[in-house]
Ligand binder design. Structure first.
Ligand SMILES: Cc1cc2nc3c(=O)[nH]c(=O)nc-3n(C[C@H](O)[C@H](O)[C@H](O)COP(=O)(O)OP(=O)(O)OC[C@H]3O[C@@H](n4cnc5c(N)ncnc54)[C@H](O)[C@@H]3O)c2cc1C
Length: 405
């Protein structure tokens, strides 16, 4: 027989969005159950670099100094490069003087830190090995989930069910949430290599003649490299052979040298589909989608954790208010989208524009691209674009009770 349990808020997915939402609600005594299908927080290629907007949000909810006790790197600058020439510098001190750094923390460290904090609140419960398979419905309303756990099947009844289960969200599918748009134009091939001695720890986006590469210093002393290419192009790259690709990578950045010297085949790369998607309505009666499940940004921008976290913070406020009023309807939960959609749409549009420019393979565009970008970098518009992506323009509109200091 199925085991049955009751909770106020059932959060499906213990990623950054689910964990932050759970923590904030539990800090107010709300009974929260986070269901995570994995056995632990170990994950290899995930959001690890968090722009200053993440630091600003952590300060707002009182988590910044707590998180900074855990292993991390602070990165204060970077830029867009064409080969070894910087076209557009990024200096976080110019953009957000109070917190002039991006924060690099491997996601397992971040999630374990959030879990450590969660353990301080008796009403915070996290269950690993709990894979949600079905939604429970009553009179058209979502009232919980059915999960497979180590102990067998479990029915979890909740006043509100939150889908924080990432970009392949099952809750989105089971709840028949409609997609407003989904763009999938490129892929990213990721790899990890040693940071060469003496090389500065900077975020670099490097243009080669054919591709864009990401050079991201990774805690403690590695580089996470990424190469973006058009959807389907990986096959052509492989057909041309490893020697050809090795040459392109070696020319892209001195940081890749050790990796390319030892590269014998394509097995060292992890390919990720870079999708941008936006769910038309994030809420239904008794159910809300947050984070990548509701609005997934291309991973090439390194912005997904920040966007997901911001939505989780707003969701905490809206759900808390709904619990107080006894209203967890579509109308109440829909407030999360009302507050968050403009920021998300702006970032998505900027990413798509950047993608179009970066992916154009017309010989003319390839030739003029570095000059065009270099010219644009001298205009104030570039700074305003950087601000929109890296900085939280205003503090999030949430009640001051959400302070985890
Ligand atoms: C390769 C890569 C690199 C990236 N780099 C960056 C970066 O540098 N910076 C950045 O900000 N963002 C980056 N991102 C994006 C970032 O990782 C995501 O935007 C962010 O993790 C989204 O958080 P989330 O909590 O919404 O979802 P997720 O982090 O995807 O968490 C969802 C959780 O739900 C669990 N789950 C799924 N289905 C179920 C189920 N049925 N039952 C129970 N649990 C379930 C999953 O196991 C997972 O733990 C990157 C993404 C990728 C893939």
């Amino acid at each position: 027989m199925d085991q049955v349990m009751y909770t106020d808020v059932c959060i499906v997915g213990g990623g950054p969005a689910g964990m932050i939402l759970g923590l904030l609600l539990a800090s107010q005594g709300v009974d929260v159950t986070v269901l995570e299908k994995s056995a632990n927080f170990d994950r290899q290629y995930r959001g690890e670099i968090m722009h200053p907007r993440f630091v600003q949000m952590m300060e707002q909810i009182g988590l910044r100094t707590f998180l900074e006790q855990y292993p991390h790197l602070k990165l204060d600058e970077g830029g867009l490069y064409h080969k070894d020439k910087v076209l557009v510098p990024i200096r976080f001190s110019d953009l957000v003087p109070e917190f002039p750094y991006a924060f690099w923390m491997p996601q397992p460290i971040l999630l374990n830190a959030l879990y450590d904090k969660g353990k301080m609140y008796p009403s915070f419960h996290l269950q690993f090995h709990s894979s949600v398979k079905e939604l429970l419905k009553e009179e058209g309303r979502i009232v919980g989930v059915k999960a497979e756990t180590k102990e067998g099947e479990m029915l979890i009844h909740a006043k509100v069910t939150v889908g924080a289960d990432g970009r392949f969200s099952l809750i989105r599918k089971l709840g028949q949430f409609e997609m407003e748009y989904e763009h999938y134009n490129h892929d990213v091939a990721w790899f990890t290599t040693q940071l060469p001695q003496g090389m500065p720890k900077q975020i670099q986006l490097v243009m080669t003649d054919s591709h864009f590469c990401l050079v991201l210093p990774k805690y403690p002393d590695s580089i996470q490299g990424g190469i973006t290419f058009k959807k389907g192009e990986w096959k052509q790259i492989q057909d041309k052979g490893i020697a050809h690709f090795r040459k392109e990578l070696a020319e892209a950045s001195p940081a890749f040298k050790e990796f390319t010297d030892s590269l014998r085949d394509f097995k060292s790369f992890t390919i990720l589909q870079a999708k941008t998607m936006f769910v038309r309505e994030w809420a239904k009666d008794g159910c809300l989608l947050i984070g990548d499940a509701a609005h997934c940004a291309s991973p090439a921008g390194g912005i997904g954790v920040s966007l997901s976290t911001a939505t989780a913070i707003v969701a905490a406020d809206v759900i808390y208010e709904g619990l107080q009023k006894g209203d967890l309807s579509l109308n109440q939960l829909g407030k999360v989208q009302d507050i968050r959609c403009e920021d998300v749409r702006t970032v998505h549009q900027l990413q798509l524009k950047q993608e179009a420019m970066q992916m154009s393979q017309s010989p003319f565009m390839k030739k003029i691209r570095p000059y065009l970008i270099s010219m644009m970098s001298k205009m104030s518009i570039i700074k305003s674009v950087q601000k929109k992506v890296f900085v939280m323009s205003e503090t999030l509109p949430i009640n001051a009770r959400f302070n985890l200091r």
